[in-house]
Design a protein around this ligand. Structure first.
Ligand code: UD1
Length: 399
């Protein structure tokens, strides 16, 4: 891996060096505690831990909060992504958002008080991310947030609260796309804390794309490359109201008259649908898929219909048309420079947009800046330069 300083024309400056605390860790080592909790966290943290493992500067400890715990939502991802087993699992499990956050806080406080790492590293916007950042901030441990600055400007989304709280507590804010930088600046975050480094989820995608292509998921489900759609649905705004959820499932059923629709069902959605009928509609239902199978499935789809955040980004790189069943997105670059279209939550509009997309030629687009497989290396470069107290002026390339 070449030095990534030269790849950083728009990374913002870091004039300050955060004071390190030392608890039996040699000065040249950075003790880093990484916290993950839910499925998308694993995909984002894996490449950072792998890159840290290649460097002698970092001593890493991995904490799993246990927010996601089912084998298909957690262990499968650790296996497939080659992540080290967590050093600790806080086993907080399911519950209200307050119960989840409080569980993480109480259990993580003991761990962080004892170890006092130089840095807490969190990714994304799930409840575990916010709760972990809050514990570290209360203990005076610097926080690095990967995927900082994304904003849907919709406070009804639990993730928006998590993003706002995590960012306000963070010392290092690593943005995946330019909107993240703009939003943080507008909120008054000093430039020297903000770094545009690219997208770690795409580091993982590019690394595993070849391996994913070897899985047999298309054959197992009887699908032809580019001849099917993939649907995912798990956001509270879409699945927590029974009538709305039923109308979206009816819409997918209608779409399946035009091409096969594969629907890996998130546990939250399955719970909401209960026995009232996903079966017998002509949809190809599966349990939540592992990372590799899902990546192959989306790579070769004609169309993806989703309410996920990460899938908007993955389809942009895979050049697969994505219809996002939401009124807003915190990832606008996927619309302006990617294959994503916001189609709102009205089932008729979504169906119309899907059929239109099937009749349009696929678009070919250049990937967003720094979505190139090297985001993790950039993050660790910044941390090394700052935390080992070296001169950071080589990053000061202007804002
Ligand atoms: C969480 C994140 C969301 C992310 C999503 C990815 C928050 C606020 N939400 O939502 O941003 O996009 O993860 O999946 O943090 N369940 C299981 N097995 C599990 C985990 C959950 O069966 O391993 C079931 C439980 O019934 C649980 C429900 O799924 O109540 C929802 O899980 P939860 O972690 O609360 O939120 P997600 O909807 O997964």
């Amino acid at each position: 891996m070449q030095s990534c300083t030269s790849q950083l024309p728009t990374v913002l400056p870091v004039p300050h060096v955060i004071r390190r605390q030392h608890h039996g860790v040699p000065r040249h080592l950075i003790s880093l505690t990484a916290v993950v909790g839910a499925r998308p966290n694993f995909v984002k943290m894996a490449p950072i831990l792998e890159e840290a493992g290649r460097r002698s500067t970092f001593q890493c400890r991995l904490i799993h909060t246990g927010q996601h715990y089912s084998p298909e939502m957690s262990a499968t991802f650790f296996d497939e992504l080659g992540m080290p087993a967590p050093d600790v699992n806080l086993e907080i499990g399911s519950g209200s958002h307050t119960a989840q956050a409080a569980g993480v806080m109480l259990r993580l406080e003991a761990e962080l008080s004892e170890r006092r790492p130089d840095l807490l590293l969190v990714v994304g916007d799930v409840n575990s991310t916010m709760a972990a950042a809050l514990v570290a901030a209360k203990l005076g441990i610097p926080v690095a947030h990967v995927e900082a600055g994304l904003r849907s400007f919709d406070r009804r989304m639990p993730e928006e609260t998590n993003r706002l709280v995590t960012d306000v507590l963070s010392d290092y804010l690593f943005a995946s796309e330019p909107s993240g930088v703009t939003n943080l600046r507008a909120e008054g975050v000093p430039n020297e804390k903000i770094f545009l480094v690219g997208n770690v989820m795409i580091d993982t995608l590019l690394k595993f794309r070849g391996k994913a292509a070897q899985t047999g998921v298309l054959e197992r489900l009887g699908l032809k490359s580019r001849g099917y759609a993939v649907a995912t649905l798990h956001r509270p705004s879409n699945v927590d109201g029974m009538d709305h959820l039923a109308s979206l499932v009816n819409m997918l059923t209608e779409l399946s008259r035009h091409l096969p629709v594969v629907f890996p069902v998130h546990p939250r959605t399955r719970e909401r649908m209960g026995g009232t009928g996903l079966a017998g509609r002509g949809l190809i239902l599966t349990e939540p898929l592992g990372y590799l199978e899902f990546l192959r499935l989306t790579s070769e789809a004609r169309l993806v219909v989703t309410d996920s955040g990460g899938i908007q980004e993955e389809t942009t790189i895979l050049q697969v048309e994505c219809l996002t069943m939401r009124e807003n997105t915190e990832r606008p670059v996927t619309v302006t420079q990617g294959t994503n279209r916001l189609v709102g939550m009205d089932p008729n509009t979504i169906l119309r947009a899907a059929l239109e997309t099937l009749n349009s030629p696929p678009r070919l687009l250049a990937p967003p800046e720094f979505w190139d497989g090297h985001a993790s290396a950039r993050i660790l470069d910044v941390l090394e330069r700052s935390l080992v107290g070296r001169d950071t002026s080589s990053f000061s390339v202007g804002s």
